[in-house]
Design a binder for this molecule. Structure first.
Ligand SMILES: [Zn+2]
Ligand SMILES: [Zn+2]
Length: 268
């Protein structure tokens, strides 16, 4: 192996690996080649040598290669769009910025400035977000807070694909990593790295996710069109005065409840 190859491998490991698991995009191969003075064949050879996965879009799933056990307990998944009636509702707005920033501080301390999902460690607090996990009680119009997780911008981007995704992609653009890859693929490749999925396993996951998404959207459209009880319920949900309940163990648990009670926003 010569120096050029060494430099190339070092670059790939620094920018495209999470631990010992790496994924690059097929469209990047000629770019790597140009950058390191290697032909495409050589680039592919080197990637193969270090077991780096090449992301390709469009091909069919080869069921033989799907690692089914890796789809059972997923470390990081994509979040489905949250229901309209709860969009924009969060502890920060309900209980106020002051208590929210104390909660954040506490989470940063508790988790040693590391992402709870992928383990990313940083000294910049802005690289880590506090992500709320909710359940919804549609009969009593209550948002139930189950947990607040400390996660990095990339893991967070996967959980709110509709808005937070852009944040982590901007980071990549700054580093000059993103050039020719469709933006959605950047997060998908990241998902593969965190979960250590091969391409067929990822595609199998993606298929299940899309099916669920279609089902959700179909139900929404049907509900909106019809005048059956479901549509009435939906309007009711959108117009309801939602209140909060906190089930999970979160920092300053009692204080948050106290604040929400004073505003008559707490449901016991
Ligand atoms: Zn993370
Ligand atoms: Zn979040």
């Amino acid at each position: 192996m010569n120096e050029k190859d060494n430099e190339f491998i070092k670059y790939i490991k620094e920018n495209y690996y999470l631990g010992d698991y790496g994924v690059v995009h097929e469209k990047e191969i000629p770019i790597f080649g140009e950058q390191f003075g290697l032909d495409d064949k050589k680039v592919k050879q080197e990637l193969k040598r270090i077991d780096c996965i090449i992301f390709k879009s469009g091909s069919k799933i080869n069921a033989k290669n799907v690692e089914w056990d890796k789809l059972k307990d997923i470390k990081l998944g994509k979040g489905q769009r949250i229901p309209k009636y709860v969009q924009g509702k969060k502890i920060e707005t309900a209980a106020g910025k002051r208590i929210w920033s104390r909660i954040r501080e506490e989470l940063l301390r508790e988790h040693n400035m590391s992402c709870q999902i992928c383990g990313f460690n940083t000294d910049k607090p802005g690289d880590l977000h506090a992500h709320e996990i909710w359940e919804y009680d549609e009969n009593n119009f209550v948002l139930i807070l189950k947990e607040i997780q400390l996660i990095c911008t990339r893991c967070h981007g996967c959980q709110h694909p509709e808005n937070a995704a852009m944040l982590s992609i901007k980071n990549d653009e700054k580093k000059g990593i993103l050039r020719v890859i469709p933006k959605s693929h950047v997060l998908e490749m990241y998902l593969m790295r965190v979960n250590q999925w091969n391409l067929d396993t990822f595609k199998q996951y993606q298929k299940k996710f899309s099916d669920e998404k279609c089902e959700l959207m179909r139900a929404e459209v049907l509900n909106a069109r019809s005048s059956d009880p479901a549509a009435v319920k939906k309007r009711e949900l959108n117009n309801a005065n939602w209140r909060y309940n906190i089930e999970g163990k979160i920092p300053f648990h009692d204080e948050v409840i106290q604040i929400l009670r004073e505003k008559d926003l707490y449901f016991d």
